[in-house]
Design a protein around this ligand. Structure first.
Ligand code: UDP
Length: 310
């Protein structure tokens, strides 16, 4: 197949590129490198890289079987630094990516997010839960952009009969996540490995469920083979408090870092855990990598990187 991936130089996108190349597909990456890095891609005869913002009108030469829309800054620190870019890539970026799918008669795959559930009042979150999003909080730039992206995808599916998929990605981690990304696992591992204070926001009782990136990639590949248009949660259902996560990372890195408490960011969701019954039933999928195994892989990946930065 020939697959276009927006955001293919980013953390998750680049793992998908690698997977598709290993399956002998041809891949066209569209990425403006705002948060992605060209080093995340390796030279390959079946890979084309177009350095371009998908919010601009983009033409792709040749046949296309799938357009996978994975472009977006996604870390809470980006919500402050890149709010307009996030709103644009979720709105006009999604429309442009759908436009490529339409003109090429290709299928379309949207990377959405657990953030569409906002600060959820239902726990764990099923795909049928419609969410609790504050439309004017700092997080809303991402939450509302992805909600718009889902609405647009469904409209193109209903009106233009495009064959579409939507996944809602829950917290995901792994190699190629930038050490300066600002998210909890990258922060805690970087801090622990450099013996700096581990910064728990709030009192650390808020929860998250962490999925290793290769588990996510497997879920994506399986959903491409199933005709299903409603959203599918992809995440690991095992829930941890952030304080427990800090303690686990401190132990795994044998770090001397102290755990310190900092103010909780605005609209930080209190609890988050996916209900993955839909993915289990339809895709015969569930995460395989335990948190400790995944964290060890990530720690080994970060060690030389952090050494280089010194
Ligand atoms: N967090 C933290 N310390 C950090 C970074 C994040 O305690 O250095 C907390 C954050 O407040 C949130 C959770 O960890 O409750 C997950 O944050 P992350 O930025 O990874 O993503 P989110 O799930 O909030 O989108």
């Amino acid at each position: 197949m020939r697959i276009v991936i927006t955001g293919g130089a980013g953390f998750i996108g680049s793992h998908l590129v690698e997977k598709f190349l290993s399956l002998d597909h041809q891949v066209v990456v569209i990425d403006n490198l705002i948060t992605g890095k060209s080093e995340n891609l390796t030279l390959h005869k079946n890979l084309i890289f177009i350095e371009q913002n998908i919010c601009k009108y983009t033409e792709v030469e040749g046949k296309v079987d799938w357009v996978m829309h994975f472009a977006s800054p996604a870390s809470p620190i980006d919500f402050k630094k890149l709010p307009i870019q996030i709103l644009k890539v979720g709105s006009s970026g999604t429309i442009n990516a759908l436009g490529i799918a339409k003109v090429k008669k290709a299928k379309f795959f949207l990377a959405s997010t657990s953030e569409v559930y906002g600060d959820p009042l239902e726990h764990p979150q099923k795909e049928t839960y419609v969410g609790n999003v504050d439309p004017i909080s700092e997080r809303s730039v991402y939450d509302e952009a992805k909600r718009f992206a889902e609405a647009t995808t469904m409209a193109y599916h209903r009106f233009h009969k495009i064959d579409t998929r939507i996944i809602r990605i829950f917290n995901t981690y792994g190699p190629r996540m930038r050490p300066e990304d600002g998210r909890v696992i990258s922060n805690f591992i970087s801090q622990a490995l450099t013996n700096k204070p581990i910064t728990v926001y709030g009192d650390g009782t808020q929860t998250r469920s962490f999925q290793y990136v290769t588990d996510l990639v497997e879920g994506v590949v399986r959903l491409m083979d199933v005709d299903f248009y409603d959203p599918v949660n992809l995440g690991n259902p095992i829930e941890y408090t952030i304080l427990d996560l800090a303690k686990i990372i401190k132990k795994l890195t044998s770090s001397n870092s102290e755990i310190v408490f900092k103010p909780l960011p605005e609209a930080d969701p209190k609890r988050r855990r996916p209900d993955i019954s839909r993915a289990k039933q339809m895709l015969k999928w569930e995460p395989k990598i335990s948190l400790e195994d995944g964290l060890m892989k990530m720690i080994e990946y970060y060690k030389p990187l952090l050494q280089l930065q010194k």
